[in-house]
Write a protein that binds this ligand. Structure first.
Ligand code: OOG
Ligand code: NI
Length: 409
């Protein structure tokens, strides 16, 4: 019998394959990974066991999140099958159209949902889908053109989807099939050499550079791949020292003082680097130009907040939360598991923050874009997304609750 591959192993290998691909495509990413690992080793040496309260060093070293953007409900449903094969399921609904500047997408994150799976490999992908019928961005003519363009492209080969479905059905693939899955899935997220139609791309870019990145090209690509670091302030300084210009701030809660708990998620990024791309000009000729759409990002994760904790944080800022873990737990503001000895272990925040995501998108725009708030919005919500995905859209709070309940039994 040939060797078998599990969804867990497939996920770890997929994350690694994308990391190799992205490092080849965006060399500054490799620097970011190196600096993250350097900082993590130092935090570990300094903090010992405490440094691993939010995840083992093995987990954190392998940990990545990616971001991808697709054009239609049909493409989103296919993405769900590819990630489903890797034990990654949709969690949460994010509406980036509410951001300033507004981005014409809604999003979810595919990730493992059980603690053991997260510990084995926590790979997650923030996935956005263009809202082509939102009149604040696209008039009827542009919507029709977008639908036609997106309807004519194929992001995922039928063979890839067939292998994905087999993995979901059987819970295993032969090693040969797993290799094939990985080759096809990784290639699906590679930057395409296919020429970009200059006129079409620029027309979309005037509305939103994210719309152009999605609907202006015939394939998709990872937009960024993000390592996890245990001290993002230290990383920020070191990247600047290496001559990599970071965006002006760290998104999310400010740094906490030593001994105080890290909460939620802190992120920072460096700007899109211009990458050579081929363009088809209106006269039919093909020339080389460049586009700046991809970038580097790094994250630091802290304890997950309960709905009450999150409400306080969103309304009043980090200062409104107690900086003592026992009190965060006693007032049910953050998720902790109480051990037999009474000690608290934080449940790490595994999701994203809409405000920070908006900041990450914004740091990556080539212009403000153009939208008309007086026109009709398209209805999109978690129920819409669940329907399109054809599978449960998990509520992040329900997952944290369940985890706390089970671990405390
Ligand atoms: C996604 C931006 C959001 C994050 O880490 O919050 C994101 C994108 O640029 O496609 O990745
Ligand atoms: Ni990101």
């Amino acid at each position: 019998m040939s060797e078998q591959v599990s969804p867990t192993e497939l996920r770890a290998r997929f994350a690694e394959a994308l990391s190799t691909l992205y490092g080849r495509e965006v060399p500054a990413y490799t620097t970011l990974v190196e600096v993250s690992q350097e900082v993590n080793a130092e935090v570990l040496a300094r903090g010992g066991h405490d440094a691993e309260r939010l995840g083992s060093i093995e987990r954190v070293t392998a940990e990545r999140h990616g971001a991808i953007r697709v054009g239609s409900a049909h493409e989103l449903a296919q993405v769900a099958r590819v990630f489903g094969a890797c034990g990654m399921y949709p969690v949460g609904f994010y509406d980036l159209r509410e951001a300033r500047p507004a981005i014409p997408v809604v999003s979810t994150a595919f990730r493992p949902v059980d603690r053991a799976e997260l510990a084995s490999n926590p790979f997650r992908v923030f996935t956005s889908v263009l809202v082509v019928d939102d009149r604040r961005f696209f008039d009827e003519g542009t919507e029709a053109e977008l639908r036609e363009f997106l309807g004519a492209r194929t992001l995922f080969a039928p063979e890839l989807l067939e292998l994905a479905d087999r993995m979901e059905r059987d819970g295993t693939l032969t090693s040969g099939d797993a290799d094939r899955f990985l080759a096809l899935a990784t290639a699906a997220f590679e930057l395409s050499p296919e020429p970009v139609d200059r006129e079409w791309y620029q027309r979309l870019e005037a509305i939103s550079s994210v719309a152009a990145d999605i609907g202006g090209v015939a394939s998709t690509h990872i937009n960024h791949l993000t390592p996890r670091v245990l001290d993002i302030d230290e990383l920020y300084t070191r990247m600047q020292q290496r001559g990599i210009e970071m965006i002006d701030r760290i998104q999310g809660p400010p740094r906490t003082d030593p001994g105080h708990p890290d909460v939620l998620l802190r992120q920072t990024s460096f700007r899109a680097l211009a990458e050579p791309r081929r363009f088809r000009e209106p006269d039919g000729s093909v020339v080389t130009g460049d586009l700046s759409v991809r970038f580097g990002e790094v994250e630091q994760r802290g304890v997950a907040l309960t709905p009450e904790g999150r409400e306080l944080y969103d309304a009043e800022g980090i200062g409104s939360l107690p900086d003592d873990e026992a009190e965060l737990d006693a007032r049910d503001l953050a998720y902790y598991v109480r051990g037999a000895d009474g000690g608290l272990t934080p449940i790490v925040y595994e999701d994203f923050l809409p405000k920070s995501a908006a900041g990450i998108f914004a740091s990556n725009l080539t212009g403000e874009g153009r939208s008309d708030a007086s026109r009709r919005a398209a209805a999109r919500d978690a129920a819409w997304m669940q329907d399109v995905l054809g599978r449960e859209l998990h509520d992040p709070y329900a997952l944290y609750e369940a985890e706390r309940r089970e671990a405390s039994r």
